[in-house]
Design a protein around this ligand. Structure first.
Ligand code: PDD
Length: 279
């Protein structure tokens, strides 16, 4: 009896299983999963689990017909190979392996990984006496200031924007306040003042953002960290986005509405020259 894994077509002992570093599941949490229990070798509620797996795959636009994977057969074989009676089967499907970037620009082959372990045996008191719980706020996922690899929502935003012909999307609060894009911070210039949303838990505190605020302070460009609502942004003279990989990209339009005269403005161009290779 042994813990087993299945990785893209092959079974192996769990400890020998490996996936490439650039698997999107590893770098972006760009995938879906199921946990299924088998009692005495028989998967319990298998159809229901596979139907939810398909719904989850459709939900992240994986473009995958799970029935083409023969998961029932793989699960049966894995259970037998593990030799356990009661098995915890873990199924994970990620978008696949590609050079790291948020947007998916090529057709990928999803990675299919399963593990087969003995179902945990819990202390009998947990059922006879019950367990104690506490309450908490719903923090799922309200810590955008943590540079976490759980980027599935960002991926979905970026891919949907790309699909509709945009470079990216500005994420808004329910009150139409600007937060950031899927992978960059947002700046606007209104009446000569450089403005960017405050460094709250709702945005990543970009290193480039901080650098540019410092540059603005040193160069005497009026600047302010303040709430920026969509209406203000659309009336700005200049808008740009920032990140370590793009430095500054000027924004020429948002939702089809031209910003300023539709060309990179003077403050954006001045700030661009603070990057080593863009002087
Ligand atoms: N992303 N906001 C989000 C959601 C980001 O993912 C990033 C950067 C930024 C800008 O942060 P910085 O200036 O520190 O790069 C803002 C990186 C580049 C990425 O995931 O590829």
């Amino acid at each position: 009896m042994a813990d087993m894994a299945y990785v893209n077509g092959s079974f192996m002992p769990l400890g020998e299983a490996m996936i490439p570093i650039e698997d999107r599941g590893f770098q972006f949490a760009d995938g879906v999963y199921e946990v299924i229990v088998a009692y005495e070798g028989q998967p319990f509620l298998l159809d229901e689990h596979l139907a939810r797996l398909q719904r989850s795959a459709d939900g992240i636009v994986l473009g995958l017909n799970c029935s083409s994977l023969n998961l029932e057969g793989i699960i049966q074989e894995g259970i037998q190979r593990s030799g356990y009676d009661d098995v915890l089967v873990y199924v994970q499907i990620t978008r696949g392996v590609t050079s790291r970037q948020h947007a998916v620009t090529t057709e990928l082959t999803p990675s299919v990984v399963l593990t087969f372990k003995r179902k945990p045996i819990y202390e009998p008191q947990l059922r006879t006496e019950g367990v104690s719980l506490e309450t908490t706020a719903d923090i799922r996922w309200s810590h955008c200031s943590i540079k976490s690899i759980a980027l599935l929502a960002n991926i979905m935003i970026k891919n949907a924007a790309k699909h509709r012909g945009f470079f990216d999307a500005i994420i808004l609060t329910d009150e139409n306040e600007v937060l950031e894009t899927s992978c960059a911070n947002v700046f606007v210039i209104r009446e000569g003042v450089l403005q960017t949303p405050p460094a709250s838990d709702r945005i990543l505190h970009g290193i480039t953002r901080g650098f540019l605020l410092d540059v603005a302070r040193k160069e005497g460009i009026a600047n302010e960290e303040c709430a920026v609502d969509l209406e203000m942004l659309l009336k700005s003279q200049e808008v740009f986005i920032t990140s370590s990989s793009i430095d500054i990209f000027p924004v020429r339009s948002v939702d089809g509405i031209t910003i300023g005269d539709g060309k990179p403005g003077p403050i954006t161009r001045r700030l661009l020259s603070s990057f080593p290779k863009l002087k």
